[in-house]
Design a protein around this ligand. Structure first.
Ligand SMILES: C[S@@+](CC[C@H](N)C(=O)[O-])C[C@H]1O[C@@H](n2cnc3c(N)ncnc32)[C@H](O)[C@@H]1O
Length: 394
């Protein structure tokens, strides 16, 4: 039978299982579509305002996006996707599994196998259940004024709580990629009030069941004292905060290095610490980009984009892109695979770019190529030096 017939059979099985309440879950994989970052889609039943819906989790390389649809809408989507975008689909039901595999040759196979009785999943769309960091029983969220003592998120802290979960969502995919050992060591440079440091420790310790050692580095003594007290209250033995500057921290042995919104060149100091420590994962969200902006302004080099940079706002944006672009190149020089993407909506903050470096191998060729690109960029934009370049001595 060809793909279309098998796909129709698969869709009919899915519709049946939704009707007779034997549907448990549907997964789509082996993606060959146009979206480079999409990997899988997972579909489950939910109740929204007491109406049955299907919740689709689009699993991308670095984040998950969830959208809800009616049964009919999803049936239409499956008809479009099966055989073109996705080549494998699995339907899990209470008493059997159906596996559809579609081959580039145009052939398809559909296998059904019985399984031991499964329960139908609960349909409650309890947000807390879907969150990696639930708000219940978390003393640190109470101490940080995110929740009340009963675990209810304060109205004015909803955004912060969502942001914390979104951040953990992103990190969870990245951590899956590097597969750290049990005794994972994390440094959070410029940890501030520690919202994200606490949540990451909680996730590593209580969700992944690792034995993490997480250190927040912060030069404000009041914040360090506050965070250490909250960590102690929470019984988070592996989490501590140290007063000091990023450039003075001894990061040796750090597996995961994080710096979120550390000002200007403090982000470079943090990346350098990660490179020195040969961390498996370096994650930074840069803040302001003054060092490179000053140099672009000072030299006023005429180039193809001068018509843009004569406007202050575009100069600002360009300084941001050039600074972060060169940061990614320096990471690549040291063998890191890099990704740069927006991690929160710009409704929360315009400083929403995340640079991620995952340790890989460096070769003479890749180093020479990265170096050449850095030199070109500096020449083009009239930059004498990039702070990270100086730190690393390349
Ligand atoms: C904008 S806050 C971000 C806090 C936290 N990372 C977050 O995203 O919620 C930046 C923090 O980094 C600290 N900081 C900036 N530069 C630093 C440096 N060179 N060494 C240590 N701490 C630094 C500041 O005191 C501030 O608390």
């Amino acid at each position: 039978m060809n793909i279309t017939e098998k796909a129709q059979e698969f869709i009919a099985e899915s519709e049946n299982s939704l009707r007779n309440d034997s549907f448990v879950k549907l997964s789509l994989g082996n993606y060959h579509g146009a979206d480079e970052s999409l990997k899988n889609i997972y579909i489950k039943k939910v109740l929204i305002k007491k109406e049955p819906r299907l919740s689709l989790t689009y699993r991308h390389k670095t984040r998950d996006i969830t959208k809800n649809h009616t049964y009919e809408e999803v049936t239409g989507m499956l008809a479009q996707w099966l055989g073109s975008d996705f080549r494998v689909a699995t339907l899990q039901m209470t008493d059997s599994d159906v596996l559809l595999e579609m081959h580039p040759s145009g052939k398809a196979t559909l296998k059904k196998k019985a399984v031991a009785n499964r329960d139908t999943p609960s349909l409650s769309h309890d947000k807390n259940k879907n969150r990696l960091i639930s708000s219940n029983g978390k003393g640190y969220l109470f101490d940080l004024k995110i929740t009340d003592q009963q675990g209810n998120v304060f109205h004015n802290a909803q955004d912060k709580y969502r942001q914390i979960n979104h951040y953990i969502d992103i990190l969870s995919s990245l951590i899956r990629e590097i597969n750290p050992g049990n005794a994972v060591r994390v440094a959070d440079m410029g940890s501030g009030k520690g919202y994200l440091t606490f949540a990451l420790y909680d996730y590593l310790k209580n969700v992944l069941k690792l034995a993490p050692e997480v250190t927040g580095i912060e030069f404000r003594e009041d914040l360090v004292t506050l965070c250490n007290r909250i960590a102690q209250n929470a019984g988070f033995g592996g989490l501590s905060f140290r007063e000091g500057t990023i450039d003075q921290f001894d990061a040796a042995g750090t597996n995961i290095l994080i710096a979120l919104h550390a000002c200007d060149t403090a982000t470079d100091d943090a990346i350098f610490k990660g490179i020195q420590a040969e961390s498996d994962l370096i994650v930074v969200a840069p803040c302001c980009h003054k060092q490179i902006r000053r140099q672009i302004e000072k030299h006023k080099t005429e180039n193809d984009v001068s018509f843009l940079t004569r406007h202050g706002i575009f100069l600002e944006r360009q300084a941001e892109m050039v600074t972060d672009g060169i940061r990614a190149l320096v990471l690549e020089y040291f063998g890191y695979k890099t990704k740069v993407f927006e991690f929160i909506s710009d409704a929360h903050t315009p400083k929403n770019v995340l640079i991620v470096g995952t340790k890989g191998k460096r070769t003479e060729k890749s180093q020479a190529a990265a170096l050449e690109k850095i030199r070109e960029a500096k020449r083009f934009f009239g930059i004498e030096y990039h702070h990270l370049e100086r730190l690393t001595g390349i």
